[in-house]
Design a protein around this ligand. Sequence first.
Ligand code: ADP
Ligand code: MG
Length: 387
Amino acid sequence: MEKEITVVDYPLPDREELKRIIDDMATMYKDKAVIDTDPSFREELVDALLGMTQTEVENIIARVLVVDARLDAKDIPEIIQEKIQIIRKSGVLEFYPLNESLDSIGGLSTLKKWLLRKRVCFQSKAREYGLEMPKGVLLTGVPGCGKSLTAKAVASEWKMPLLRFDIGKVFGMYVGQSEENVRRAIQTAESIAPCVLWIDELEKGFAGVGFTDTDSGVTSRVFGTFITWMQEKMNPVFVVATANDVSKLPPELLRKGRFDEIFFVDLPNAKEREEVFSVQIKKFKRNPDIFDLSSLTRYSEGYTGSDIKGVVKAALEEAFLDNGRELTTEDIFLQIKQTLPLSATMKERIDSLRNWAVNRARPASSQWEEIPVPSIENFSQRRKLEL
Ligand SMILES: Nc1ncnc2c1ncn2[C@@H]1O[C@H](COP(=O)(O)OP(=O)(O)O)[C@@H](O)[C@H]1O
Ligand SMILES: [Mg+2]
């Protein structure tokens, strides 16, 4: 039997039903095995099981109990692995490995703080208190400054599965298939919730909705399905969408009630570049303290996070090829000298992104005083006022 048909078409047990199934199994196995009764573990277990059919739940619990006659916290990863299989089979979504954390992001302090707050509001306690379920965040801004990186980090930080929704793949060949694809992706995400749904480069899917009519309205209908879902969704699916070219996005998407917040991720300022150097040097398993970070920061104005990663990586390669000697600050300097930063080659585009963001997005960073090239006086003034 095709797994995806089960996932999409049959109602899956909700939290209450899962609790009942767990209790039934605990009774059934009471002479042979124990299911830990700690209430917070039980909640975690229910989270892990959400998205499976009753039969799958019974199978996995039975399987885990056989091993050591106990079902407790150590078994959660195995249960989550089971869910990963469900996603793989759906084909529309990709399960993404969790290998970043908020610590692997240099700068973007406002955005990071905001995410930590939302994490708390995302818990069921917040619902009992009367808060609405957070919907998600849209990250826009200069390419290479950490939008996709942040999307990846949120899920690991929140200890939730990360689903990448490839919006390009949604548009199938046959009439009706695209809408079916998007509905299926939404249902799959809801069935494995709580989770983070990452939609990278949103503009690639929804560019020009409402402006052109080249695909007989398919894009508009898919967009409509998505927007309605964003507006109404109650399940714990936190959407992290990224967009480089925001000007192409349909304005409806930016209205209140869709995303909780729209952030603008700008080029890193001096303090943030220092952090990015430190993070990137650490990623290559070197100790940042032995490098002259303040000089590196001074000479890398206008560099994106991605540019910084590039120079550290190139410097490391050069040092290795030079008889495998250890990496030095000078090696990185040399690479900086040879690299034209993205902002220099895209000055006009960056200016226009910043202009767009002035009244529409919140700055992801609170350190505006030292914004590197290119700069628009007015813009930094207004941003300061907004904080
Ligand atoms: N703020 C940052 N801190 C640390 N590394 C960064 C940062 N921004 C970018 N990088 C590095 O550059 C790579 C590309 O950045 P990415 O997040 O994909 O950019 P984009 O904003 O275009 O989505 C990241 O994987 C990371 O290695
Ligand atoms: Mg990206």
